[in-house]
Ligand binder design. Sequence first.
Ligand code: ADP
Ligand code: MG
Length: 262
Amino acid sequence: MQPILSLRDVSYSYHNLKGETPALSHINLEISEGSFVAVVGPSGCGKSTLLSIIARLLAPEEGEVLYRGLSAKDYCADSALKIGYMLQRDHLFEWRTVYQNVILGLELTHNLTKENTDYILKLLEDYGLYGFKDKKPSELSGGMRQRAALIRTMAVHPDLLLLDEPFSALDFQTRLSVSADIANIIRSTGKTALLITHDLSEAITLADRVVVLSRRPAGIKREMTIRYEIGREDPLAVRGTAAYQTYFNQLWEVLTDDKTTA
Ligand code: ADP
Ligand code: MG
């Protein structure tokens, strides 16, 4: 089957008055439809840059990105792959209610139809936020805020979800349950997700495949398929398995051998 996303030999450098900062070096990556892929790498290695390229906020300097086999320039607006982007900070507007926040994308794109608002109300119900829809974001817990941010992202029916360290502002306990919760929601909708994280445990708990990046400029050091006999619903149970330990040890070795080569 045609991958939903292919990166072919993508390189990128930032240029400014102080000079050049190479951020990505010859990245080759294929993401199949419906998969949940985590990308891990040291801080500052180029992870967010990679997402910006995929989201077409930046154009690759070398190489190309194909969306269901088509390059960005061959794309017409109607057939374009819809990309949802969820960031570390939830960017909810405090002066708007939860409902007014989650419809924002639809409002801005003039898509506030009955069908779409019904869908939003269903998501609010499914994610346990219906009773909070008229509250302000400041009245929600950290986990609820992330769920609200996810609804806002899902509202525009994205084909591909880009998640840039969306859980890193949460405390450890909240993070464990919210990340599993959100990953289960994404999985149950069959969406394709690309999760950036610097937390190896999070990556191997949530994803079907983990891609390890090197230090800047980021290149791909290793890819690993992750499979568990048990389901993913309970993150603590997953973390207690022998398979989890093995994946962790193998990937930890790959991640940390940077220290000796840097
Ligand atoms: P990560 O998300 O892995 O922490 P980034 O992709 O944000 O890393 O950044 C990669 C490198 O590029 C970093 O060294 C960062 O300082 C640099 N960088 C990011 N954005 C810019 C920019 N707009 N101009 C110059 N350098 C940048
Ligand atoms: Mg980043």
